[in-house]
Design a protein around this ligand. Structure first.
Ligand SMILES: [Cu+2]
Length: 314
């Protein structure tokens, strides 16, 4: 796979069982559709054959996919919402169980000497104590960022939240349909031009990756989930800001032959699909802030640029 702006290192999965058990203990809500968008049954063209994309990720072929009706959160789950989940359920995230999470170099509250840089991931640091409510490590706070997406959330954590909320993670097809905003085969949720009229419509990297982020879009890290105008469906910050977990197991070629009706990905796998790109994406390195772009990470991975949003059935 072509390099991506997410650190993709599997942590030991021995805690998976305990995470699952914790998820089963938490209170399950009714799954209120409040602040969700209702999507009627639809057919859309999924994937892309865009020559500037990453064909080896399995972005193509373009195929007609049909979906049943569903509700989707307008934005990624915020720090505010995640606080409510943790407060009411007592859930402990995997970053807290492991005692560390990945932060982008320059982001951390500890010096490089106090942290480890994983092999092949020169701009990531294993930050002791980094977690959803201390995103840059010890002494960092989410105060002032309660309307930003919750980060340092593993797929397992996101699934636990979804179960608590009476919801689930979106399939990749549901996610991409929502992201396209009713447009057909466009690169971005609003069209084919990244900054129409010079206007920034998502939170990605400007400048020179990975050394200089000029933050021309207003943010060098995460942004509030409603920082930019929504797409044609009313969906906020679905590209850029943070990567979003999907329910599907990852495969670069499974969908060549998969069902075109409510596709759900392979039955088994090692990593989960993520969509949307993040505030670290830059055309020079990882232009995965396109709606058809995709990548993956192991279900126990967490870092400062991965979050999630939920869907629910009618
Ligand atoms: Cu990226």
């Amino acid at each position: 796979m072509r390099p991506c702006c997410v650190p993709s290192i599997a942590r030991a999965t021995l805690l998976e069982e305990s995470v699952r058990a914790a998820a089963e203990r938490v209170r399950v809500n009714r799954g209120s559709p409040e602040d969700m968008i209702k999507f009627e049954p639809a057919r859309f063209l999924m994937g892309t054959e865009y020559p500037g994309g990453f064909a080896e990720d399995g972005e193509g072929p373009v195929r007609a996919v049909r979906l049943d009706a569903f509700y989707m959160d307008r934005g990624p789950v915020t720090n505010d919402q995640f606080t409510e989940f943790v407060t009411s359920s007592g859930y402990v995230t995997e970053a807290e169980r492991f005692g560390w999470s990945f932060v982008f170099h320059g982001e951390g509250s500890r010096s490089p000497e106090e942290t480890q840089t994983p092999v092949g991931l020169p701009w990531w640091r294993k930050m002791p104590g980094a977690k959803w409510n201390a995103p840059e490590g010890p002494d960092s706070l989410i105060a002032g960022r309660m309307d930003h997406p919750a980060t340092h959330i593993s797929w397992n954590d996101a699934s636990a939240y979804a179960a608590w909320a009476g919801k689930r993670l979106p399939t990749e097809a549901e996610w991409e349909f929502a992201a396209r905003g009713g447009l057909e085969q466009k690169l971005y949720p609003w069209g084919d031009e990244l900054t129409p009229g010079g206007l920034h419509l998502c939170n990605i990297w400007q400048g020179t990756f990975p050394t200089l982020n000029t933050a021309d879009d207003g943010y060098s890290g995460t942004s509030p989930v409603t920082a930019y105008p929504p797409n044609g469906f009313g969906v906020f910050t679905i590209t850029g800001n943070v990567w979003e977990w999907c329910g599907d197991w990852w495969s670069p070629d499974f969908h060549q032959t998969a069902s075109r009706l409510n596709p759900v990905g392979p039955r088994v796998g090692r990593s989960k699909v993520m969509k949307g790109g993040s505030f670290l994406c830059h055309a020079s390195y990882c232009n995965r802030y396109r709606v058809a772009a995709r990548t993956s990470n192991t279900p126990d991975s967490s870092c400062s640029n991965i979050g999630f949003r939920c869907v629910r059935d009618l």
